[in-house]
Design a protein around this ligand. Structure first.
Ligand code: ASP
Ligand code: MG
Length: 441
């Protein structure tokens, strides 16, 4: 069995869904288990509707027309989605009446996208000769905890999934909701935005799939963001740890948590392009045969760089423990760290409010600077650690791009070399780095 996941752009409209049909048809012999996102744009429209409803807005909301348009275009029975649209309408009215949008209600609203898309996609596939059947993931064992917006399946998920799948008649192609789940008490949850990939790898691992294919609209994972580097190209093969690092540091192709379930079971993950099904894409596996010094370059903008300086750190013990105890107490996630004898710099996520943290730190008599508008630029490759002079080449490229590097982090044996720079320097730095590692002979 293989898991095939189709993202929002792959199921955007009839033309795209027809491509999906052909791709599934091509892989029929491998017994596909299909996971789908909502049609492109639907989840954002649901989000918008929920926020507006909580604000007292009674609509109309774009999502209703949008879903009806896709359903109609596919020529499938409107009754597949009308009951769900009616429920959604009730739910939005309820949110407007209470004037409040809890994480729980938001998950409920967002869940409608995938629940509607699998129904119409499966119906379309059936009409065109495939034995497809739509499922809400929870009916195949995807029962989760109640951490809304980041729910995860309960420990018996794999057993439950295997049992329910075993009961399906063999030619059936399940078409399953990505992204959504439900608690044991029947409350709807989601695994988090862009989480359908994660649903796919979780099912893949639970069902011991031979392979997991993530179908989207790029030729696999690229050597750099193609919107910044015109000559960015496909990476044929890479390792799990490299792909995880890239996902975390901004490559938009995969959700950061996606690879863990596949990694644990050593199931290869393919990233493929629905628009170019003949292109092999990228295969991510344990060994990932790639002999370049650098596998890819990624970046994440809008980070905040916090620096804490105090002479007290000199020859003191427990300083880092104290410092990161404070970030922990503020619930702040720290990404990249560099230390000197009397200072520590670290970056925090986009959107993190550091005001309370900074004043807490200053109260201890520490000098604190906070620099928003920073970017993390990361060079990833498992050969970094065994290639002499690579750090010099990277920093040399930054000098040639006339970019000031504010901070560098490279741990012993690491597969990623991270630099912090000004947001506005990213567009200059990435092409020069990419040119050196990928375009020069
Ligand atoms: N539809 C959800 C989102 O847009 C999940 C996904 O597509 O992966 O976030
Ligand atoms: Mg996606």
């Amino acid at each position: 069995m293989i898991v095939m996941k189709f993202g929002g752009s792959s199921v955007a409209d009839r033309a795209q869904i027809e491509k999906v049909r052909r791709v599934i048809e091509m892989h029929r012999a491998q017994r596909p288990f299909v996971v789908c996102s909502a049609h492109k744009g639907i989840t954002n429209e649901l989000h918008d509707a929920a926020v507006r409803a909580a604000d007292g807005d009674g609509g109309p909301f774009a999502v209703f027309d949008h879903q009806r348009r896709v359903t109609d275009e596919l020529g499938v029975d409107p009754d597949l989605v009308e009951p769900l649209l009616a429920d959604l309408d009730d739910l939005l009215r309820g949110i407007r009446l209470v004037g409040e949008l809890s994480p729980r209600s938001l998950d409920h609203v967002l869940s409608f996208g995938e629940r509607m898309s699998v129904r119409v996609v499966a119906a379309y596939l059936r009409r065109h000769g495939l034995a497809a059947e739509a499922f809400d993931a929870w009916d195949l064992g995807f029962v989760t905890d109640d951490r809304f917006g980041r729910a995860r399946p309960l420990p018996d998920f794999a057993t439950l999934a295997r049992k329910t799948i075993a009961r399906l008649a063999p030619p059936t192609i399940p078409v399953v909701t990505g992204f959504v789940g439900r608690t044991a008490d029947g409350v709807v949850t989601t695994v988090g935005r862009n989480g359908s990939d994660l649903t796919a790898t979780l099912f893949g691992a639970a069902l011991d799939a031979e392979a997991i294919q993530i179908w989207s609209d790029t030729d696999g994972v690229m050597t750099a963001d193609p919107s910044v580097v015109a000559s960015a190209r496909n990476i044929p093969a890479m390792r799990y740890d490299e792909a995880a690092e890239l996902a975390f540091f901004g490559s938009r192709v995969l959700h950061p948590a996606t690879l863990l379930p596949a990694m644990e079971k050593a199931i290869p993950v393919w990233v493929r392009n629905t628009n170019r099904p003949a292109h092999p894409g990228t295969v991510i596996s344990r060994t990932g045969t790639n002999d370049r010094a650098v596998t890819s370059i990624a970046y994440k903008e809008g980070q905040t760089l916090v620096t804490v300086r105090t002479p007290r750190m000199f020859e003191a013990t427990g300083f880092l423990d104290e410092l990161f105890g404070i970030t922990r107490d503020h619930g702040i996630v720290v990404d990249v760290i560099a230390t000197s004898e009397i200072s520590v710099s670290f970056t925090v996520h986009h959107g993190t409010d550091t005001t309370a943290l900074a004043s807490d730190l200053r109260e201890r008599g520490w000098e604190v600077t906070v620099r928003p508008g920073s970017a993390i630029l990361v060079v990833v490759g498992h050969r970094l650690r065994s290639t002499p002079g690579i750090g010099a080449r990277i920093l040399g490229a930054m000098a040639r791009a006339d970019v000031n590097v504010e901070m560098v982090s490279y741990a012993h044996g690491s597969i990623s070399f991270s630099m912090i720079l000004d947001d506005c320097d990213v567009a200059r730095a990435v092409p020069v780095l990419h040119g050196m590692f990928f375009d020069e002979p």
